[in-house]
Write a protein that binds this ligand. Structure first.
Ligand code: ADP
Length: 365
C-alpha cells in the first residue's frame, strides 16, 4: 500500500491551447479513498490516466509512495484499474477473467486459483466462477471487474466511473459495497465520477475540478458546510444551494425586507474589492419559512412542490435586485404549502455562505 501524490501535474494535449489538467496538487494518504468529481470535460479522466501512465505528464510529477512514477510505463506502477466498460473477455469464465492478469504475469495455476477464490468470496461470486460473462447480471459483471483488480493486490486502485453502466437502484447498492470493500482492503483508491452524490457518499475526501483546475479538496462534510467558492457551492448538494446576489447594508445584507447579519470581516473583504453586493448561498434546508401573513425576507410564489414524505421541496420564484429568481426551499412534511400560494423566507444567519460577487471566492469563515 502507498500514498499517491500529484505534484503540480499538468497535461496539455497535442494541439491544445490550454492544459486539460493544470498544476494539479493533491496528496492522497495511504489507504485513503479519494474521489475526483466535476462536470464533463473538467479533467477527471485525464488526471486518473496520468496516474495510470496512460497519458503523458507535461509538467510536474506523480509519486506513488516514495517512487517517482511520472515517466514509468503502466505495468511498472503497481496499480489496477476498473473502467466504466468492464471489458470482460466474453469467451472466458468468470474465474479465467479474474485470473487473467496473473496468468500473463506467469503466476502458477494453484496460486491463481487461490487468489481468485479469495476474491470471489469477498465479492460474493463463488457460485458464478464457472459462468461466462453473458450469463451474469450487470451488477455481477461489475463485481468481476472489481475482482480482476483485487487479485492483483496492487498498491493503488484506479476507478473511472465504474458504476455508470448500472441502473439507478443497483448503482446505489453497489456504491456502498465498493466503499465498504475499499475500507476492508485498505488499498489507496482514486475514483472518478461526475455524480456529486456518489462522490460525497463514497469518498474519505473529495476533489472538485473545473476546467482542469482544482477548486477544493476536502472531506464530504467540509465540502458541504464550507464550499470554497461559488462553483463548489453550486455543484455540491442536491437540490443545489440557492445563490442570491444581494446588496450590502450596514452590518449585514439586505434579503428582501430583512437584514441578515454578516461578519464585519466578510463585508469589508467585499468592500475591499469595490463590490456593493455579495452573493449569498443558502441551502434549501436553511430558511425560516412563514406564510403570506409575514412581511419578512423574500416573498416566494410556490410553483412546484415535491413531497417526499418526511419533508418536501418547494420550487418557487421571487424578485430580488429587480430580477426574477428561482429558489428551492425545504419544508416539513406536515407543512406542505399549496401550489400558487406565497411563502416568506429568511435565511438563518448562522447557516449562510457569503461569496464575492466579483471573484466567486468565499468571504465567510
Ligand atoms: P472528464 O473526464 O472530466 O470528462 P477529460 O479528462 O476526459 O474530462 O477531458 C479534459 C479535457 O481534455 C476536455 O476538454 C477534453 O475535450 C480534452 N481531451 C480529453 N482527451 C483528449 C485527447 N485525447 N486529445 C485532445 N483533447 C482531449
Amino acid at each position: 500500500m502507498a500514498s499517491v501524490t500529484f505534484d503540480k501535474a499538468t497535461r496539455i494535449y497535442p494541439g491544445g491551447t490550454k492544459p486539460a489538467v493544470d498544476q494539479l496538487e493533491i496528496e492522497i494518504a495511504d489507504g485513503e479513498f479519494l474521489v475526483l468529481v466535476g462536470p464533463s470535460g473538467c479533467g477527471k479522466s485525464t488526471s486518473l490516466r496520468m496516474l495510470a501512465g496512460l497519458e503523458d505528464v507535461n509538467g510536474g510529477a506523480i509519486r506513488i509512495g516514495d517512487r517517482d512514477v511520472t515517466h514509468l510505463p503502466p505495468k511498472d506502477r503497481d496499480i489496477a484499474m476498473v473502467f466504466q466498460n468492464y471489458a470482460l473477455y466474453p469467451h472466458m469464465t468468470v474465474a479465467d477473467n479474474m485470473g487473467f492478469a496473473l496468468k500473463i504475469a506467469g503466476v502458477n495455476k494453484a496460486e491463481i486459483r487461490k487468489k481468485v477464490e479469495e476474491a470471489a468470496k469477498i465479492l460474493d461470486l463463488t457460485e458464478y466462477l464457472d459462468r461466462k460473462p453473458k450469463a451474469l447480471s450487470g451488477g455481477q459483471r461489475q463485481r468481476v471487474a472489481m475482482g480482476r483488480a483485487i487479485v492483483r493486490e496492487p498498491q493503488v486502485f484506479l476507478m473511472d466511473e465504474p458504476l455508470s453502466n448500472l441502473d439507478a437502484k443497483l448503482r446505489v447498492s453497489t456504491r456502498t459495497q465498493i466503499a465498504s470493500l475499499q475500507r476492508r482492503l485498505g488499498i489507496t483508491t482514486v475514483y472518478v465520477t461526475h455524480d456529486q452524490v456518489e462522490a460525497l457518499t463514497m469518498g474519505d475526501r473529495v476533489a472538485v475540478l473545473k476546467d482542469g483546475l482544482l477548486q477544493q479538496v476536502d472531506t464530504p462534510r467540509n465540502m458541504y458546510d464550507r464550499p470554497a467558492n461559488l462553483f463548489v457551492a453550486g455543484f455540491i448538494g442536491s437540490p443545489a444551494m440557492n445563490l442570491v446576489e444581494v446588496p450590502i447594508t450596514d452590518g449585514g445584507v439586505k434579503f428582501g425586507n430583512s437584514v441578515v447579519p454578516v461578519s464585519r470581516e466578510a463585508l469589508s473583504a467585499a468592500a475591499g474589492k469595490g463590490d456593493t453586493t455579495v452573493t449569498v448561498g443558502v441551502r434549501p434546508e436553511h430558511f425560516d419559512v412563514a406564510g403570506a401573513e409575514s412581511d419578512q425576507g423574500l416573498a416566494v410564489s410556490v410553483n412546484v412542490v415535491e413531497e417526499l414524505g418526511a419533508d418536501g421541496y418547494v420550487y418557487g420564484s421571487t424578485r430580488v435586485g429587480g430580477e426574477d429568481k428561482d429558489l428551492v426551499v425545504r419544508v416539513g412534511g406536515r407543512a406542505i404549502p399549496d401550489k400558487g400560494s406565497v411563502l416568506h423566507v429568511v435565511p438563518r444567519p448562522d447557516e449562510i455562505h457569503v461569496f464575492s460577487t466579483s471573484t466567486g471566492e468565499r468571504l465567510t469563515g
